[in-house]
Design a protein. Structure first.
Length: 109
């Protein structure tokens, strides 16, 4: 299970890096997405995130990516749309911190 999760996280990080290299109308959102993905990967490697916690954080990141695609679909990102993405990323960042610093570890059953 752990190995599968690590592979999944690695694939998502690679996809994030590739998409970061493409021209983007939301460069700050993209950079932050990559940083948050690295934080999740580091939490899995260190054992501070349980597989269940990592899976939930990954789902949250996927939702943010989907929202970003929807926002960019019309070719223009409004300030309100950018603010919504920022709020979602703020919430995700807090969740990553809380999950990494709670008493649960991957070694616990």
């Amino acid at each position: 299970m752990r190995r599968w999760l690590a592979v999944l996280v690695a694939v998502v990080v690679c996809l994030s890096v590739v998409s970061a290299q493409q021209k983007d109308k939301t460069p700050r959102v993209q950079k932050r997405e990559v940083r948050q993905q690295k934080r999740i990967t580091q939490g899995v490697k260190s054992g501070h995130l349980t597989p269940k916690e990592a899976n939930r954080l990954e789902k949250q990141q996927a939702k943010i990516r989907n929202d970003k695609v929807k926002v960019k679909s019309d070719g223009k990102v409004t300030p309100q749309e950018r603010a919504k993405l920022t709020r979602e990323q703020n919430r995700a960042s807090r969740n990553i911190y809380r999950k990494k610093h709670n008493q649960k570890t991957a070694d616990q059953k």
